[in-house]
Design a protein around this ligand. Sequence first.
Ligand code: NDP
Length: 288
Amino acid sequence: MSLIDGKAIAAENREKTAKRVAEFIEKYGRAPKLTVIRVGNDQASIVYVRNKKTACEAAGMLSEVIEMPEETEESFLLAKIAELNADDTVDGILVQLPLPRHISERAVIKAISPEKDVDCFHPQNAGLIFNLEEATFLPCTPAGVMELLHHENVKISGKNAVVVGRSNIVGKPVALLLLSENATVTVCHSRTENLAEVTRSADILVSAVGKAGFITADMVKEGAVVIDVGINRDANGKLCGDVDFNEVAKKASLITPVPGGVGPMTITMLLSNTVNAAFAAEERKKQK
Ligand code: NDP
């Protein structure tokens, strides 16, 4: 078994992004800028937003965090997004999810200009996963999964890929990206019958379920590549993925750890999307 070192691959990738940022600054005399809006006091969100800001700054980009109280009205948030959409100095807009229950996530996602939607959640950008050649952005976690596979030279074409989980954020887009690279893809979910039988057919197994210890060794084929997207806490409160790492690692040819696997790639792809957005914005300005 070999470990896929997401932290090291992310660091390599961020260096490349920092070089693109330097090129952008040289060419356009300004740095790409990401604005993140956080509403409320979700503890995990506070950490995620802080990490995004630090990562932006480390890559030479500008980063602004707008904090709003839990009781913020949806109309106020939407008005702020409209203001940022119109602001030429802002390249990427990200509203940290989850939002307080009284605010519609769909309404907020749809309000962000697709050109600045660096999370790639807007329906227009999500739809472009069907037409990758037209896409400026790919959704961060799924794109991070693909980067890990590419970095490790995993053969995707013709292989059986099984994705467990079908969320719009992870499962479905990962499945489409694998399909676009000619894998034979099966998507599993909570109604899948004989799940272990299906997962055992996987040359590439991606788990995005959100349950600690969910993927056990008997569900994995000898020599499979196992990508663990899950972020959970085990019984001792320790961070872990969906995969029973110690046992599955004995069978897998390649496996991602948690932490240090997919996680670091998500912010890495966000940085790269923000630089893409900035270059695309300058291109549009030229064409006006
Ligand atoms: P969701 O809760 O939206 O989706 C979970 C999926 O798992 C659903 O499709 C659900 O099926 C499926 N599922 C649940 N129970 C079973 C079961 N018994 N058998 C088969 N499938 C099952 O989660 P997300 O996709 O948002 O996230 C998944 C995990 O990935 C979480 O741990 C999350 O924290 C992590 N994550 C990690 C990121 C990273 O950067 N590393 C980024 C985003 C998420 P059904 O649709 O039928 O309900």
